[in-house]
Write a protein that binds this ligand. Structure first.
Ligand SMILES: [Zn+2]
Length: 182
């Protein structure tokens, strides 16, 4: 196993942890999927929408580091470079190993391949893709980056077999048209 050391800073008086400038909380890998599965058991398919929306709004609106990254780099890097930087950060936070398959800033679309999704842990032979949290974070980050409401669809998922998950990013407007069958 090839690993890299990272540095976390702990404030013992406040009981807080920092990864770079990000105030973070450590949870076990799999915790996310566990919460999601319990929500699904309790409320059914609505759980996927809640998990997706909570991640999307969090990534887009709060002081999540995504907004900071975008704002800090807007004058230094192209939007494509910022997108790649965000993906790298996603990997560093332990969600998965994400790679850009296609990033089309002008066309407002992207395809992201994700290996080893923490969101899919514990799911076996799922009928539909299950990585709603990751989908939400990607949608929120894309909305932040393009300053327009963006949607993310997972078109294949390790939970239903195969070696990776595939996420497609598009504007919410196009997603809506697809839903309407246009
Ligand atoms: Zn997945």
């Amino acid at each position: 196993m090839e690993t890299e050391k990272i540095e976390l800073t702990h404030d013992p008086k406040r009981g807080e942890l920092f990864y770079g400038k990000n105030n973070v909380t450590l949870t076990a890998r799999g915790q996310l999927a566990w919460i999601q599965r319990e929500c699904e058991k309790a409320i059914g398919p609505a759980a996927s929408h809640i998990i997706y929306e909570s991640a999307r709004v969090y990534a887009h609106r709060t002081e999540s580091n995504i907004e900071q990254q975008v704002l800090n780099n807007l004058n230094k890097l192209s939007r494509e470079e910022i997108a790649l930087k965000l993906l790298e950060q996603f990997n560093k936070f332990g969600y998965c190993y994400a790679q850009a398959e296609e990033i089309d800033i002008e066309g407002k679309k992207a395809k992201i391949k994700v290996y080893n999704s923490a969101n899919a842990i514990g799911y076996m032979n799922a009928e539909k893709p299950v990585c709603h949290f990751i989908r939400g974070v990607i949608a929120g980050a894309a909305s932040e980056l393009l300053d327009e409401p963006m949607y993310c669809l997972e078109t294949r998922c390790t939970a239903s077999g195969g070696g990776y998950c595939l996420f497609e990013v598009m504007t919410s407007e196009i997603a809506e048209k697809k839903r309407l069958g246009e």
